[in-house]
Design a protein around this ligand. Structure first.
Ligand SMILES: NC(=O)c1ccc[n+]([C@@H]2O[C@H](COP(=O)([O-])OP(=O)(O)OC[C@H]3O[C@@H](n4cnc5c(N)ncnc54)[C@H](O)[C@@H]3O)[C@@H](O)[C@H]2O)c1
Length: 285
């Protein structure tokens, strides 16, 4: 019998690629998604989609999965300043139920943490305190670790670094590569905030999912940073697209860069194999 994987946020950007990969690896896959940012356009063949908030996970999933990939959370820095209660509800409230579900059913949990936790700023290195999003994501990593300690939960925590690729979104809850790509298509200027010298380790979604699946199989504990090695400044990325650039004031919560400890993923035999400049070159002709 095939193994059962439960993916929260399976109708989102990264979750949809994870679902696709797990199906092709022979898993039976259930997605639980409340369609806050997820879309039915992201559905892939072979997955059973259930609609609901993670706080109600026990009511939506009577099965006992072999593994649970928890990606279903609010996932943007800038908008989180206007949405504090929403971020708390989707992330902290939801994750508390996901953790109890895993504890009660003895399910192995893989958590999707954020590299914003490791953000470096001009005057501080406490990334976790620089936006509501980073704060709640960091709180959840602490809670996952504590479930390991308090209840013997089997878990691994991953950290994603500026994921890009097919099915990425633009718009309010969008991310920079797709926002720039759409601006180019609409012949609009690319807006660069602050100095533009802030650097990101853009990591392709397929590399991210390769790392995530590997952690699912072999990872343990905290600290799996799924990051490309090379960092690029936002200005360099904008220039690589080749359009007009409009410089704007700095945004709150916008880190200079995020630190990364590559050791755990290296030990698992993972490294990113794609480069964002190649993607940009191929994405608009
Ligand atoms: N994209 C990145 O660069 C990045 C970087 C670091 C961490 N992450 C984390 O990876 C995960 C996936 O990110 P993404 O870029 O695919 O975002 P996304 O917004 O495309 O996906 C999140 C999905 O979760 C769903 N969702 C949100 N809250 C939910 C809840 N409480 N119950 C059920 N479903 C819920 C949304 O509808 C959406 O389908 C998130 O946890 C995010 O914090 C992403």
């Amino acid at each position: 019998m095939s193994k059962l994987a439960l993916v929260t946020g399976g109708a989102g950007f990264i979750g949809s690629h994870l679902c696709e990969r797990l199906v092709s690896d022979g898993y039976t896959v259930i997605s639980l998604d409340n369609y806050f940012t997820g879309s039915k356009d992201n559905h892939v063949d072979g997955v059973e989609y259930r609609e609901g908030h993670t706080k109600d996970i026990a009511g939506h999933v009577s099965e006992t999965p072999d593994i649970l990939f928890h990606l279903g959370e609010y996932s943007r820095v800038l908008t989180s300043f206007d949405d504090v209660e929403k971020v708390w509800d989707l992330n902290v409230r939801g994750t508390a139920s996901v953790l109890n579900f895993c504890k009660d059913k003895k399910v192995r949990l893989i958590y999707a943490g954020s590299s914003t936790k490791f953000g470096e700023f001009d005057d501080a290195n406490d990334g976790e305190n620089q936006s509501p999003y980073a704060y709640f994501k960091t709180t959840n990593t602490q809670l996952v670790n504590n479930y390991g300690k308090w209840f013997g939960l089997e878990y691994a925590i991953t950290y994603f670094y500026n994921v890009y690729g097919p099915r990425e979104r633009a718009g309010a809850y969008g991310t920079v590569i797709e926002i720039f790509r759409q601006k180019m298509l609409n012949k609009e200027a690319l807006q660069v905030f602050g100095t533009g010298e802030q650097r990101r380790a853009f990591t392709h979604v397929k590399d991210t999912v390769d790392g995530l699946v590997l952690v699912g199989e072999k990872g343990s504990g905290d600290g799996h940073c799924i990051s490309a090695k090379k960092e690029y400044s936002i200005l360099k990325i904008a220039k690589a697209f080749g359009g007009d650039i409009e410089m704007k004031d700095a945004l709150p919560g916008d880190r200079n860069r995020s630190k990364c400890n590559f050791e755990k993923m290296k030990a698992l035999g993972w490294k990113a194999s794609r480069d964002v400049l190649e993607y940009i070159k191929n994405s608009h002709g």
